[in-house]
Design a protein around this ligand. Structure first.
Ligand SMILES: [Zn+2]
Length: 160
């Protein structure tokens, strides 16, 4: 069965969900607002940022590359199975080469950096980065365009 809050696959005999701590017994009668509130409380502690780059082009050469963390928002803003597209200054890069997207999860002062590798293997436009919430409070990063995108592997949002 699924936890009502984080949608993790659980055994109700466990009592509470091992991922999000939601009470499993009697969860069937818990109002939607309580479930939504618990999801919010668990996820609003986590802020997600995406690494973006600024550079100058002089004589067709990329120069002065500067890295920035662009805050995407709190994890509580994510809805299950719905991509939150970010304006991450990816520009209209068309390429078939492998590329990377790095995100930063900040929670209670601790930071976790995660690099995702994307291998299009064909001509592929990447102009946007998105975040996607999956079962068990897992996070996927999407990259591409809203019409055609690649989805990363999943990482647990709540893990320290
Ligand atoms: Zn749960």
């Amino acid at each position: 069965m699924q936890c009502k809050c984080c949608r993790n696959e659980v055994n109700y005999e466990q009592g509470v969900c091992p991922v999000c701590g939601f009470l499993l017994l009697g969860a069937g009668t818990v109002p939607e607002e309580i479930i939504a509130q618990h999801k919010k409380e668990m996820l609003e502690k986590i802020t997600i940022s995406v690494k973006t780059y600024q550079y100058d082009i002089e004589d067709s050469t990329v120069k002065n590359i500067q890295e920035h963390w662009t805050v995407a928002g709190k994890a509580s803003e994510l809805e299950f199975d719905k991509i939150l597209w970010l304006n991450a200054n990816f520009e209209e890069i068309v390429s078939e080469e492998t590329f990377f997207v790095t995100i930063l999860l900040t929670k209670d002062g601790s930071k976790r950096e995660q690099k995702f590798t994307f291998c299009p293997g064909k001509t592929f436009q990447r102009s946007a980065v998105g975040l996607l919430l999956k079962e068990g409070f897992q996070l996927c990063v999407t990259a591409g365009s809203k019409q055609e995108y690649l989805c990363s592997e999943q990482i647990p949002l709540l893990e320290a």
